[in-house]
Write a protein that binds this ligand. Sequence first.
Ligand code: MN
Ligand code: MN
Length: 467
Amino acid sequence: MERKNAWLTYSPEQLEAVEALSASYKAFLDHGKTERECVRLAVSMAKDAGYRSLREAIREGKPLKPGDKLYDTQMQKALLLFHIGEKPLEEGMNIVGAHIDSPRIDIKQNPLYENSELAYADTHYYGGIKKYQWVARPLALHGVVVRKDGTAVNVVIGEDENDPVVGISDLLIHLSQEQMTKKASEVITGEGLDIILAGQPLQGEEKDAVKATLVKLLKEKYGIEEEDFLSAELEAVPAEKARDFGLDRSMILGYGHDDRVCAYAEVQAMLSLPAVPEYTACCILTDKEEIGSVGATGMQAKFFENAVCEMLHLCGGKAGLGLRRALANSRMLSCDVSAGFDPMFAEAFEKKNAAMLGRGVCYNKFTGSRGKSGSNDANAEFLGRVRACMDDAQVNWQTAELGRVDLGGGGTIAYICALYGMEVVDSGVAVLNMHAPQEIISKADLYEAVRAYTAFLKTMGARKDEL
Ligand code: MN
Ligand code: MN
């Protein structure tokens, strides 16, 4: 039951479309290295396509009608897009949901210190990382510093070619006899991920003169006091730009494919829908997936449910019962990346159930660990309809499982949305070296993700599975 390589199916026009999409996606990755930046980019794309603020619509209180397009943000770190369809909201939506947070190194709240005439930022890593991958490489600082008066400084340092970069040092190989015998998980410790920020002492300063240089620079250049770190969200991320990968340029190397590749594909799909889709289309870009979908901007929060409730109210639906119906009658692709089969680590996979780069969008019926623990196990009836939807649209797709049984595992937002009673299956792009500072995808799989999500949003229909 092998699936064909998507590249072999493309016409010259499609190959051009793959290249154009890849170029715009690389620009999205370069400008969207944090969840906040991704929200800003996606809102601006949506506004250009005629979306308006749901909050504004709520304030106006005017009824919504089929064809209306709305966006809603949650604390600037999560985003919802709705494109109202012909059928009443109570009949359910076609939903695509991805996350826009990626593993990274966060700056602590009280971060600055000096040691041996180097000034450092203390950090706390975010998400699942192999810590040794984050040393000895250029890092950029992104985020926001909020002052006590409420004003905010948006920070992006290390992206412009003329910017300095920062980073974490590693021990020289010459003195690494002991380090090299350690387990990979202990080679670099969490507290060992501190970032070098400065190395020049301030004239006339006696104690911590290098830190003094740094504090002075932060004040003069950015208007930030040391105390302002108390209310900041600063993320150290790989400073490199996304690049074509492979001599044939068939792949993209970049930071944060997990899960911005699916997020970008979703937004592209949403913006390509007809003026009035059959069912209301919804795109979720959520935060905090990498740390368990927690907090007010994670999928476990109620912002999605609240927004649907507001939409329903403005569409003239029944409060309470209408909301339950709208959610339970919905269909969703939980769009998240999958582990691409890596021949260098073949023993980690069971090959015929592994996602192959270039064979199109992957469907994971279940994820989870051990005996599928923590998984959403999609129902067969839904998968049957999804297969038909994909084949009708001539999408290249494959099925996949996240590695060999009992080796590890992972989860997505699928199981959370499934709690509403909606039909949910995981669907995403295969990634090599997932969660590394630079990940690899195939351009063909990005293209197929857009085609898959478009077909799903446009044509997926209601279920008929009652007994
Ligand atoms: Mn993910
Ligand atoms: Mn992940």
